[in-house]
Ligand binder design. Structure first.
Ligand code: SF4
Length: 467
């Protein structure tokens, strides 16, 4: 089973730590459908060399848009050797005709229903050229083959996914293309998710779900069950889910310490254009304050290049992030992934400039822009990263927290993530990456808003306990 490295991961400017965070969970999940007697190896080309000198019966390759060319080369090599090649993943699902040229079998959509069917047919010598996911459920899926994951190669080996998809339909998101033809948001049973968490050593978890808070009932049950499990975790959620009800408090009580939030744009027109209605009329600053009051750090996601963006968008976005003490910012140049509504719209308007998928990495402009030139957009994108992560802005942003502990956490997390590249390289080369996990756990330890803590203490003194 192979995860070929992304095009950018082989650039001389690549940051090895960025690609040494999470193990290939999708392939480890599919591996759980193999028999105990099957001999299997899982290779993640981002963190290890791919030796092409073996001749397995079956080669399974996961394809993203910017590893597609590399994936096709690997597939062609193994097919020449007489091996049977199966490909699946986001890009294969978006462009099946393209992928089918390089594979014996392609699997479209999530693999929980297609892969067991394929394996059964393969064992009976009658595999089909294409399997399409229709029945979507995570009930009773076998435990992920975590024994195949080389934990020492990753900073965050305890990554986990307990839902699939997302309840929303932003038109630039890969999600609708991948889940076409069936449910596009579903969850595990709470008990099964808790059992999976229980199998993971240590205390840190990283939920890679698109929107962990997307199903309120499931998330509330999960967080309730996690209380007392002594976990700290990071996850992703929408502005809307932070502001609604008290789910975010429950998440914080269960150990949520940092949240990836898709702010994307401040322009209502851009939000409408992208069908990101859930962010419309939402008070971003209120969401930020709520997270900070709960001691939760924020990774803000922002998209540049939507049609209402002019050349001033970069400075406004960076300034807002610094003022609001956003811990880390992830900027993207708008990218119309094939299979998305955005791609179809742009294609209809003749705005797609290239189909060189290596450039679809959210760092390059691949479409005709409207209120900004492609040069301004790429320059502004690079400027925004440089400016947001300048030492002066890291310091300024850290100091915008109320509590001293939060100031220190913010500073250490951001500086550690963006300012210590040579040290990360050294740690990765010496095979000690996993040893850094206790440091990450310490940085993610609980912070309480000091004003709120004082209030809570006052309540404890004045309100008698029911027990
Ligand atoms: S909220 Fe996020 S995951 Fe959901 S559709 Fe929009 S961009 Fe995709």
């Amino acid at each position: 089973m192979i995860l070929p490295s992304l095009a950018e991961a082989r650039s001389p400017l690549w940051r090895p730590i960025k690609y040494s965070l999470f193990p290939p969970l999708g392939l480890a999940t599919l591996a759980s459908y193999l028999d105990d007697s099957d001999e299997v190896e899982l290779v993640d080309q981002h963190v290890e060399d791919l030796k092409l000198d073996d001749e397995p019966d079956l080669v399974i390759i996961q394809v993203y848009i910017t590893n597609a060319h590399r994936a096709y080369k690997i597939a062609s090599h193994y097919r020449q050797m007489g091996c049977y090649v199966v490909m699946g993943g986001l890009h294969v699902t978006s462009l099946p005709e393209e992928a089918a040229i390089y594979a014996d079998t392609i699997c479209l959509g999530p693999g929980e229903d297609t892969f067991p069917q394929f394996l059964n047919d393969f064992r009976n010598n009658c595999p089909k050229p294409k399997y399409v996911s229709i029945h979507r459920s995570l009930t009773g899926v076998p435990p992920i083959r975590r024994d195949l994951i080389k934990r020492h190669l990753y900073l965050v080996p305890n990554s986990i996914v307990v839902t699939r998809g997302c309840p929303f339909h932003c038109d630039f998101c890969y999600k609708d293309a991948f889940f076409k033809g069936g449910k596009s948001f579903y969850t595990q049973q709470v008990d099964e998710a808790l059992m999976e968490i229980d199998r993971l050593p240590g205390s840190h978890l990283y939920f890679l779900d698109d929107h962990l808070l997307g199903n309120q009932k499931f998330a509330a049950g999960l967080f309730e069950g996690m209380k007392g499990m002594n976990r700290v975790f990071q996850a992703a959620g929408t502005v809307d889910s932070i502001l609604r009800g008290n789910l975010i408090e429950k998440a914080a009580d269960a150990g949520l310490r940092s949240l990836f939030v898709g702010f994307e744009t401040f322009s209502p027109q851009n939000l409408k254009q992208s069908n990101k209605k859930q962010n419309l009329k939402k008070d971003y600053e209120a969401a930020v304050k709520r997270l900070h009051d709960l001691g939760i750090m924020i990774n803000g996601s922002f998209v540049f290049g939507l049609d209402d963006d002019g050349p001033d968008v970069f400075k406004r976005t960076v300034d807002w992030g610094v003022k609001n003490a956003i811990t880390t910012s992830t900027y993207h140049i708008l990218t119309p992934y094939p299979g998305t509504a955005l791609y179809e719209n742009m294609k209809a308007q003749n705005r797609i400039k290239t189909t060189n998928w290596d450039l679809y990495d959210t760092r390059h402009v691949v479409y005709e822009t409207v209120n900004i030139t492609p040069e301004e957009l790429e320059y502004g994108y690079n400027w925004a990263y440089k400016e947001f992560y300048s030492w002066s802005n890291v310091l300024k942003s850290s100091l915008n927290h109320d509590s001293v502990k939060h100031v220190l956490k913010h500073f250490m997390y951001t500086a550690g993530w963006k300012k210590m590249e040579p040290i990360w390289k050294l740690i990765i080369n010496s095979g000690m990456l996993n040893q850094m996990l206790p440091v990450l756990e310490a940085i993610l330890s609980k912070v309480r808003n000091e004003k709120k803590s004082k209030l809570d203490n006052a309540r404890l003194i004045t309100i008698p306990s029911h027990s």
